[in-house]
Design a protein around this ligand. Structure first.
Ligand code: ZN
Ligand code: ZN
Length: 170
């Protein structure tokens, strides 16, 4: 038969299982920033964030108050995507600011893992080499659930030989 694989969804699944594992592991190593990141917030956001510093510190993000309605981040976990650290930190803060009433650490970790896995996946319409395709399929094969992306969309569509023959009126 024939397998059609969605490269974005497939890579998302591979990334998701990696981030989920990292987030679930409390003894993560962290990186001290040479240049700490400061983020300005609205006063409402600042209040919400301040109440949730422990959620961030729990995943090795060293965050503190820094003047009026600003925060400073001095270190972050090693597994943040290279080159996208600040963007990832801002996204993580966004998740905290939008947290729901039924918030739990599990759900928080889950939404961070999904957000990062999408961010770090191959974009649609990006050409990848045969080698990259093979690596992706190998990585997908190692996944606990290779058939869906973390949003629940399929990564693989399968057409059996008989289905294909039927399509060609054989
Ligand atoms: Zn995505
Ligand atoms: Zn997805």
């Amino acid at each position: 038969g024939m397998y059609l694989i969605d490269q974005h969804a497939a890579k998302e699944r591979v990334n998701y299982e990696i981030y989920r594992e990292k987030l679930g592991n409390p003894c993560n190593d962290f990186v001290n920033l040479l240049f700490p990141i400061t983020i300005e917030l609205s006063s409402d956001e600042f209040i919400i964030l301040k109440e949730n510093f422990d959620v961030l510190r729990n995943i090795k993000i060293d965050i503190d108050e820094f003047g009026i309605n600003s925060v400073i981040i001095k270190s972050h976990p090693v597994w943040l995507p290279k080159g996208y650290e600040e963007e990832a930190l801002r996204k993580i803060i966004e998740v905290v600011l939008n947290k729901q009433k039924d918030f739990s650490i599990y759900k928080f970790n889950e939404s961070i893992a999904i957000m990062l896995s999408c961010k770090m996946s191959i974009k649609a319409n990006t050409n990848i080499t045969i080698k990259e395709m093979e690596n992706l399929i190998d990585d997908l094969r190692q996944c606990e659930n290779p058939f869906n992306c973390p949003h629940g969309r399929p990564t693989i569509i399968f057409y059996s030989l008989s289905e294909l023959e039927k399509q060609f009126k054989r």
